[in-house]
Design a protein around this ligand. Sequence first.
Ligand code: CP
Length: 325
Amino acid sequence: MRGDFTTIPFKLRKTMTKSLVNIAELSKEKIQYLLDMAQLFEKDPNLPMLKNQVVATLFFEPSTRTRLSFETAANRLGARVIGFSDPKATSSSKGESLKDTIMMVSNYADIIVMRHYLEGAARYAAEIAPIPIVNAGDGANQHPTQTMLDLYTIYQTQGRLNDLDIYLVGDLKYGRTVHSLIMAMRFFNPTFHFISPEELKMPQPYIDFCDENHINYVIDDEFTAQSISHADILYMTRVQRERFTDLVEYERVKNSFILHADMLTHCKDNMKILHPLPRVNEIATDVDDTKYAYYFEQAKNGLFMRQAILCDVVGITAEDVKSKM
Ligand code: CP
């Protein structure tokens, strides 16, 4: 971690707007509500719910899916989009602080979608900004909108969220999507299987979270056709090269677990393979043509879920959406 924003001077604190920073702040009812709302947008993604609004996408870290799906969501909702995908082209490269950047953009936009490399950056922004902040990923901490689209996809493929065996494979240390997924699934009685090399095991705070919330989990380092045969969801993750301080260690662990099509011989019929993407080589391309691969559909669901989230943070309800359909 290159620093953090967890200590915020009192004078900078303000009444929170309706931001989405941390998935753990969403109730079960709120999760269900956003899933239902996303379903409305899957039926009709071209509803002008955000006409005359401006959405700012501030990406201090690289992104393909999250930024483009948010921008597509905003465009399809009738909003206009401003922002940047490369902070080097902004005044932050001249030394402008995150606080000043957020305060400036709040003058121009109605919603800020932000990805930042520092854990806690989204929380900090939400506490100082007069407009809603949507966390599009903060360091190795959280990626709540990815989690919401993951839940949508799990529900879409399994017909339920309850009582599923979810196998999380790969970089469980730095993979923020698996951290957020554990928290959101606490309402649905999952059994998690944490499969990773020792160096990338699930951090203790998330193990503690499972214990405190009575979430079943199994810790494993075996990744074979037999060891994944009970999975309902096989959630593969990329080893996050950009978070390693020692690239020798990255080289040592980067190919620890690679899924090949010939490992899918014992799978349950309903099993689906998810991945937040981008993948490097942890899913061989021969898996793409199997009936288990679902990661491209998962990414598509990001559009509908992000439409729901953009509406929700500015107070547009599912009833408002239905009235326009
Ligand atoms: N899943 C995800 O966050 O992808 P991007 O890094 O491309 O946005």
